[in-house]
Design a protein around this ligand. Structure first.
Ligand code: ARG
Length: 459
């Protein structure tokens, strides 16, 4: 079978180049979008009189038959099928004959592929969004079920202040919420139809682009044909979206991997989300989370790959743009599999409050003492210094801040009163932080209510 563009060539394509050039091995996934675009385009051609009603019907029926072959897995790809657009058109010709050759009137694969990828992405975004909400729901459920559990909060991975486990977990809810918002925002820029841009300069047959866009479910049409065929910003945006989402998931995974170690023992993964070792019978490894962390490399890599491809491209379409698809597909596939796994890990996670409680070292209360002195009028910086001396004293004695006596404290500062031990209480320290956004139970309850409201309204 001769090529779509074979007319001016006197010689066959080098076989290696044919392989190098071909995208059918991966862009076959666009067949639903490609055929939907072609059906709508055939109708548009009929409206401007390029196709008779009979021809349009033959083309539409033929395209539906091609789609059915893909659906059934019976579509036979030929070595000469460069890409999905070529393959569909070739098969349409075999099925309906000469009329198939009229479908491409005024259209180029350049506006066709840009349209296909956008349609394809629009079909996958709702699925990703739903999976992301699944992780958020698991987080909210788990936080709510363990509202009374305290744990050490860390900065620099050093014990800092006591917090609620729910507060730690909910911090990831808000990262993911921003990811949901970014996804909704970028979807507006995906929903722009390039069809009618043709090769680069626009459509000669006066097709009604607005009607085409409405038929295909796009919000808008592109305003510039050169931009239409070469804009891959929307792919860069979703790849960045994914890279940042992956970064958030990776940080959650890292915390949980650490908290699940024998040394921490704060949490335990369900068997369904762990694997064993081929040599060490005792091992229960958090592979689910390690891969959620590890996949970040390829997802960030996919973003960098695309940006590197786009940088320095001459105006309008260049074949380099064919390199947009594999990073996109890989990233979407990765997240679609990973997000429900992360949701499952969180939903089935076992919490060990007693292990968290035993990690609450007295030093986590040092700030309480400094705050105590501040309430008694001492400048915080001075109080900070005095409490530092108390920490040192306790360290020298091998005891905790709670074991120092009132006299010990008073020797460090006359501002300490008989009631100093009242502030040396983990629960009290947590409940003190009651300003909105803090770790006090009431504040975390309000946070969870806000999270639920967001989940309900943005369904
Ligand atoms: N397979 C190509 C791609 O993905 C389709 C567009 C080809 N256009 C062209 N003028 N060769 O970008």
């Amino acid at each position: 079978m001769s090529k779509l563009w074979g007319g001016r060539f006197g010689k066959a394509t080098d076989t290696l180049l044919e392989r190098f050039d071909a995208s059918i091995g991966f862009d076959w996934r666009l067949y639903v979008a490609d055929i939907a675009g072609s059906i709508a385009y055939a109708r548009a051609l009929e409206r401007v009189g390029i196709l008779t009603a009979d021809e349009a019907t033959a083309i539409v029926d033929g395209l539906e038959a091609v789609e059915a072959e893909f659906d059934a897995g019976t579509f036979a790809v030929l070595p000469s099928d460069e890409d999905i657009h070529t393959a569909v058109e070739r098969r349409l010709g075999e099925l309906i004959g000469e009329a198939a050759g009229k479908l491409h009137t005024g259209r180029s694969r350049n506006d066709q592929v840009a349209t296909d990828v956008r349609l394809y992405l629009l079909s996958r975004i709702p699925v990703l969004r739903e999976h992301l909400r699944g992780v958020q729901l698991a987080i909210v459920d788990k936080a709510e079920a363990h509202l009374d559990v305290m744990m050490p909060g860390y900065t620099h991975l050093q014990p800092a202040q006591p917090i609620l486990f729910a507060h730690w977990l909910m911090s990831f809810f808000w990262m993911l919420q921003r990811d949901v918002e970014r996804l909704d925002d970028l979807t507006r820029r995906v929903s722009v139809m390039p069809l009618g841009g043709a090769a680069l300069a626009g459509n000669t047959f006066g097709i009604d682009r607005a009607a085409l866009a409405a038929e295909l479910g796009f919000d808008r049409i592109s305003e510039n044909s050169l931009d239409a065929v070469s804009d891959r910003d929307f792919i860069a945006e979703i790849l960045f979206w994914a890279a940042l989402l992956q970064t958030h998931l990776s940080r959650l995974a890292e915390d949980l991997v650490l908290y699940a170690t024998a040394e921490f023992g704060f949490v335990e993964l369900d068997d369904a989300y762990s694997t064993g070792s081929s040599i060490m019978p005792q091992k229960k490894n958090p592979d689910s989370l390690e891969l959620a962390r590890g996949k970040t490399g390829r997802v960030v890599g996919n973003l960098v790959a695309l940006l590197t491809t786009l940088k320095g491209l001459p105006s309008s379409y260049d074949k380099d743009l064919q390199e947009d698809k594999e990073p996109l597909f890989d990233t979407l596939d990765t997240l679609e599999l990973e997000l429900p796994i992360v949701a499952g890990v969180v939903a089935t996670l076992r919490i060990h409050p007693e292990r968290m409680a035993s990690a609450l070292h007295d030093d986590l209360l040092a700030t309480e003492l400094a705050d105590y002195l501040a309430r008694r009028g001492l400048p915080f910086r001075q109080g900070h210094h005095i409490v530092g001396q108390a920490v040192r004293l306790a360290g020298e004695r091998g005891c905790g801040l709670r074991d120092l006596t009132v006299d010990d404290y008073r020797a460090l500062s006359p501002h300490f009163g008989d009631d100093v031990h009242e502030v040396l209480d983990f629960r009290r320290a947590v409940e003190q932080r009651s300003a909105p956004g803090g770790t006090a139970t009431a504040a975390v309850k309000a946070q969870i209510a806000a999270a639920k409201a967001v989940l309900d309204t943005k369904a």
